[in-house]
Design a protein around this ligand. Structure first.
Ligand code: MG
Length: 177
């Protein structure tokens, strides 16, 4: 059960600022694509808040990898557009792709945040490799495949037991505090 619990929950991926990461001893970020970074089906380029956030991480020298279960072409297009490394068909929650990303950063898993919107792929994968798991609220909760809907029903049952980011700040969303 512990493997399904995120270390932190945030409303949006853009809350994972250089300061947020530094405060938790984290030096790298692996991020999911669909419904975490961008809505399903949306093509690059990034605009506004997302583009600014991406720039601030780059300026702080924080390596960011996109590791997605989506099609490789879509993932690569987004990674290239953001100036990041990234790959699709990652097979999360199996740990190989996440481990590869962390290795490429030259960091230990505990120094890397792995963020995504799904407990059974993103959070489980992160916890399996010993990274700092961050559950991000899905950008569009109602969208997704049929199988995602029943997975989400299971997720809701788990989330009822974890303090969430209902009333705001990332500070309050830590599950372990
Ligand atoms: Mg996702």
């Amino acid at each position: 059960m512990r493997l399904l619990w995120p270390k932190a929950r945030v409303r949006r991926v853009t809350e994972l600022t250089p300061e947020w990461l530094a405060a938790r001893g984290l030096s790298g970020l692996v991020v999911d694509l669909d419904n975490t970074l961008v809505p399903y089906g949306v093509a690059p380029p990034a605009k506004g808040e997302l583009a600014e956030w991406n720039r601030s991480l780059a300026e702080a020298g924080i390596p960011v990898f996109i590791v997605s279960n989506a099609k490789p072409g879509r993932t690569r297009a987004w990674a290239r557009s953001l100036g990041l490394e990234g790959w699709g068909l990652a097979g999360k929650p199996f740990p190989w792709s996440l481990r590869r990303a962390v290795r490429r950063m030259g960091l230990a898993p505990r120094e890397v945040a792995v963020a995504g919107d799904q407990i059974f792929t993103d959070v489980l994968g992160a916890n399996l490799i010993g990274a700092y798991s961050v559950l991000v609220e899905p950008i569009e909760p109602k969208k997704g495949l049929v199988h995602t809907r029943w997975v989400r029903a299971l997720e809701r049952r788990i989330l009822e037991r974890i303090p969430g980011p209902q009333n705001g700040g990332a500070q309050r969303s830590e599950s372990g505090e």
